[in-house]
Write a protein of this length. Structure first.
Length: 167
């Protein structure tokens, strides 16, 4: 299946925080990450990882640790860059409305959001980063999109998707 065919299927963009939890079975959110991963496999939803998230992960980990055989790599391209500029402009303009800790602004979040928003098949963005969710909320409050739904990894997949967890 080539890139265009994959992108026609419903998909989810997984951010770096997802992989940090999924690849550490001692992390408190590991069971949620594992549950989402299994859910997306069952539903045959394409799981995407951005080259941006790969770069972030490789700061402390190795690319070979990532489950790349189950992922489609999403390169950052010109259409993503254009949408990033639109998102970042809004975030900079309204950053005083955000109560962000440890960050003045989140450029990688706007890049990842732009990728998810630009790719028509992306239905969800999955992250455990509450600071990132604040930026997403700001963009939504300014009617700037994004068109995808933010899934918080702190919420179990059974609750997020209204499915019975029979574990």
């Amino acid at each position: 299946m080539n890139y265009e065919e994959v992108m026609m299927h419903k998909s989810v963009l997984l951010d770096t925080s997802f992989f940090l939890r999924f690849l550490n079975d001692e992390d408190p959110l590991y069971s949620h990450a594992d549950g989402y991963f299994r859910h997306f496999l069952r539903e045959e939803m394409t799981m995407l990882i951005s080259t941006i998230s790969i770069a972030e992960y490789c700061v402390g980990g190795d690319i070979n640790e990532l489950p790349l055989k189950n992922l489609q790599i999403l390169p950052f391209n010109v259409s993503h860059a254009k949408r990033t500029g639109e998102f970042a402009r809004l975030v900079f303009r309204h950053k005083n409305k955000l109560d962000l800790t440890n960050r003045a602004i989140i450029p990688n979040d706007t890049k990842l959001f732009a990728q998810a928003d630009t790719e028509t098949a992306v239905l969800y963005y999955l992250s455990s980063d509450s600071e990132s969710q604040k930026v997403y909320g700001l963009l939504r409050s300014q009617n700037a999109g994004p068109k995808f739904e933010f899934l918080n990894l702190k919420v179990p997949p059974s609750e997020a998707f209204g499915i019975l967890d029979l574990r």
